[in-house]
Design a protein around this ligand. Sequence first.
Ligand code: G3P
Ligand code: CA
Length: 262
Amino acid sequence: MVSTRPAHAPPVVVAHRGASALAPENTLLAYSTAIQRGADMVELDVHLTRDGRIVCIHDATVDRTTDGTGEVSSLGFGELRRLSAGEWFYGGEVPPSLDPADLRVPELAEVIALVRGRCRLLVEIKGRQPELTLGVVRALREADMLSNGAAVLQSFDEGCVRAVASLAPESTRLQLTPEGFELGPEAVEEVASYASGIACHESSVTPELVRMSHERGLLLFAYTVNDAARMRALMRLGLDGIITDECDRLAALVHETTPRGA
Ligand code: G3P
Ligand code: CA
């Protein structure tokens, strides 16, 4: 488990759904673009298909981000792979220079193969199926990405984060909290009993929350921060990770504010 960072270290640059301002979210193109544009970590969302494959897509349905319709859980992997997860982003006309294979709904295994050794992963487990959590833990453990923090797990579902703690005590895991969630001393104390950190909405961040989290040895990440002034303010507060659609913007800010040789 990776739960501490050197004082004054810059935040981890986390590309939300990949470089989602530059490429269609949660595609291999978005993840490879994030790596090229300076992300330290790629965030992605996982669901299970009808036939039990772990795929990377944000919504429970394919309607918004593909040219198909229906619940991910009601589609077989083969059916899902025939869909384009890129057309919506390019207004129906994918540029001919792009490889359609990079614009399908990816399987977690493919993403692991793409990023391993190049970039860390932040895997958000959507839904509450125990077999999804177990499958994600197995895949990351087999890739040797769990005990060394190369992959971090997170979920809004407390039961899911607790399940990760039990299945993989060696893992780094974050409790996601929604916008408006009250993160007082008791909540922070509770999270510290089963997680390594908190990933909260950026509006929840206060100097007090940063202090309490770090005193309890918790990492503190915030989402989703695209404004440069807000990125700077959160960096000054000492956040451990900032999750952004604009990873190139955050990477440039980190580069410009980090002393040479640090
Ligand atoms: O990583 C934080 C963020 O991904 C949580 O919200 O809806 O984008 O999955 P959402
Ligand atoms: Ca997410």
